[in-house]
Design a protein around this ligand. Sequence first.
Ligand SMILES: *Cc1c(COP(=O)(O)O)cnc(C)c1O
Ligand SMILES: [Zn+2]
Length: 500
Amino acid sequence: MKLENFPIEIQPYLIPKETGRLIYRCLGCGGEHPIKKLLYTCPDCGQVLLIYDSDFSRLKKIPGDLWHKIFDFRRMLTIPALKGIYRYHEFIGSVIPLKSIIYLGEGHTPIIEANSILQEMAGVKFYYKNDGQNPSASFKDRGMASALTYIQYLIQNNIVSDVLAICASTGDTSAAAALYASYMNPHVTSAVILPHKKVTPQQLSQPLGSGAAVFEIPGVFDDCMKVVEALSEKYNVALLNSKNAWRILGQESFSYEIAQDLEYELEKTAVIVPIGNAGNITAVISGFLKFFEAGIIPALPKIIGVQSEHANPVYQYYLEPDRHKRKFVPMAVKPSVAQAAMIGNPVSMPRVIHLANEYNKKAGEKCTFFVEVTEQDIMDWELRANQNGHIACTHGGETLAGLVKARQLGIVHADDVAVIDSTAHMLKFSGFQEMYFENRFPAEFNISPNPELINTPTFVRPKDLADIPLPGKPLAGAKLDKFVQRVSEDIANILELKEV
Ligand SMILES: *Cc1c(COP(=O)(O)O)cnc(C)c1O
Ligand SMILES: [Zn+2]
């Protein structure tokens, strides 16, 4: 709809202006630094940063119900810059002009209510939020849209030129980084560093297809991250991992969309996300906090982070109930089907510790929880979900397993509503489904297929048939009729079909 056709009183709010004062704030020493430069860590103490708006209080002057109208009416605009995560411009990158915004179709992924069979199994009403329906098929596109928009802004202001963007990845970060960088060809090129044989073939094909320089090294993600950190400290490159606080800003849109799609009523709601490098849960907590502080949502939802037993350093940290006695210990990870979350030393841990504490304080009670699940449960719940109409990846299986666990532990109640994150599309991780169906998981995964969930193709080749179609040699006439008749008979027998 064109701007002039909206109600007159909403028109001044619909096209966001460049407002606010964004700054990097250090979570270690509290130091603040201007955003004129791309910083990853505090120049004074080396800690990770978050981006804050030091003029945030101006956003509180707009009443909550007016914000609801602004976001709801913005849905109807056809301006590309406002069709994705920047619908929430004031909360994501308020100083960025619309002409800098990169939009490739990210965000506004659907929330899909589970059918009654699945809700009964989980013991609670729940929705999947399908972040696999982003352009590179994972939620990472949200953060990449924000990080590359910021780079575009720096380029347009002649602060940088010819950017080489780099990242370490468990597969999806590199797919997203390479996609967004390629859109900014020739001003931005990308290089990605992957752990050899620890990303799926689909994920490897993505940065290759986007034209990135792809490097595979021995080890796991944590090793790749060290290499990328060394490169970004010594050379003139732009780091696109979630250490980059601009990634976090973009990923906050996940929370804003849940708020909007649930009519801003989040009391008795639980939001469940997997944790790897902990950038996602950082953003989800931060997003809800900002909407709460601005008076857009009157209540904070419960947030539940899920980890596999094979990569659970965040879960381990929170096992200690006394906040002051907790101590973070990085761990050596074991193989996990939730491969994008196979991280033993999450870069965003200080952010999680800081924000979870703030969150619980603002909520007035404990509202952040951490649960662990088995590899077996992750696979079983992914398959159950997808046999009931979903497109969950293994991490989507992990969040459903986490929901079931949280119900058992009494964290989620029968009258709550849960929104669980399927962080990527199931097709990216179809190899694990294959291993399950063919019972060839290596022992260290600890997964034995449940026969009820196995599904394999049946090869139909009637023994009594002399002639079958072969490449370049199709059948015709009576031979084709015979073939069709015998094959359909066999299929009908297997399916126990009745004649009409
Ligand atoms: C990156 C990723 C995760 C983990 O997110 P973090 O921000 O690293 O905690 C989970 N699932 C998928 C599919 C991912 O790509
Ligand atoms: Zn500092």
